[in-house]
Design a protein around this ligand. Sequence first.
Ligand code: GLY
Ligand code: MN
Ligand code: MN
Length: 465
Amino acid sequence: MSAAIMRTLHPITLAEALKVRREKLARLVDFPIALWSGRSSARNFPANTYPFRASSHFLYFAGLPLENAAICLEQGKLTLFMDDASAASALWHGELPTRNAIAQQIGADAAYPLAQLQAMVKDCATVLVQDSASCHWQSQVLNRAIASADGAKGNDLALIHAIATLRMTHDAAAIAELRHAADVSIQAQQAGMAATRTAKTEAEVRAAIEQVMMANNMTTAYTSIVTVHGEVLHNNQYHHELQLGDLLLVDAGTETTSGWAADITRTWAVSGKFSPTQRAIYDIVLLAHDLCIATIKPGVEYQEIHLTAARMIAEGLVDLGILRGNPTDLVEMDAHALFFPHGIGHLLGLDVHDMEDFGDLAGYAPGRQRSDRFGLGYLRLNRPLQTGMLVTIEPGFYQVPAILNDRARREKYGDVVNWDRLAEFSDVRGIRIEDDVLITATGTEVLTAALPTRIEAIEQLISGN
Ligand code: GLY
Ligand code: MN
Ligand code: MN
């Protein structure tokens, strides 16, 4: 961690926020806990590493992206374990903050070198860090195997539940960071829109977007999707040339230096003008997006929001003559999923799909399980919404060849799709509109609302007029 990172966070606010989080955790569990930040992984040889990303659970309680560190939490007290940088390290990495300086910044009650870790955390519960080198380190120190959430037992499982409860809703310090991530991501998306005027390839638009993140000393929260093939849901290729009739789907969000994420998608016309067919489908997706957000308030079931989007999309496609039948019946038979195969969104926080390292344990309320229905199986969140949660709302329309050309699906849905009419919309391969929605006591605050969604406003941003 560099001195620059330390300056971005106000030490008093940070230490206070972390103390409150620890105290809340102490009210949920009565056993000691050890959390690891993780280690960087070698890319091709040991000194050339992938960028380090600290474990989100560590970040939640330690606040800083410390590398090679661990914390012990017990009855609201924080003990930090990390080594001071060696003289040799200073040659390559410069002067780094000392253990004691960091301990003070995060409000630690005590701080020790890593050599003391094993003796002091041996009976602690923990959660698994994602990279294998760090998992190995955890196992060695605790002298036991550590399972991921689906196999966790005893205190490890109780800890997972407690952390999921705490991280499910965001405190003021987290919301300040999430707002910052949203604001920079909005600027980044706007830079992508402006760059489309002259860009020849997806890669050039991506560069304009990520330039804004980098200039803010931030990084992407996930690999950006910048594609004229939006029907490939997680498309991470950027080599296509931009053609005037294309739609460009941009799903790009940044994360702050302490790890809090934004997740935004906009879809725009490369030429700056949507075609009538693109406009017709875009407006269906936008209507679904707007209605979903208008429906959100504490207590509403997220699955109902998903089904609202599904019905709106089915209704819009019936109106366009692409689907035939009654929208409610079409959703019951999952016909909407031919064109909207994913869920309406997910939790957002320190991870872009927050706490998915816990499988569905955070996303699904106790006793609920993933549906095996085509139209519900990819729903990542199935809980009543609570004040302080941050969720994405991201309806879409896609023409995915693997779905639409699948023989069994073509047979099952042959009568409800007007394939000739659908062929008239061949210039609409993928559209998604995604915003980050904070649930408030009375309804919602859309953290990403300053980035327009209406076609006219987007066309203006693209053309610059
Ligand atoms: N950016 C990934 C997603 O929207 O879920
Ligand atoms: Mn998302
Ligand atoms: Mn996204």
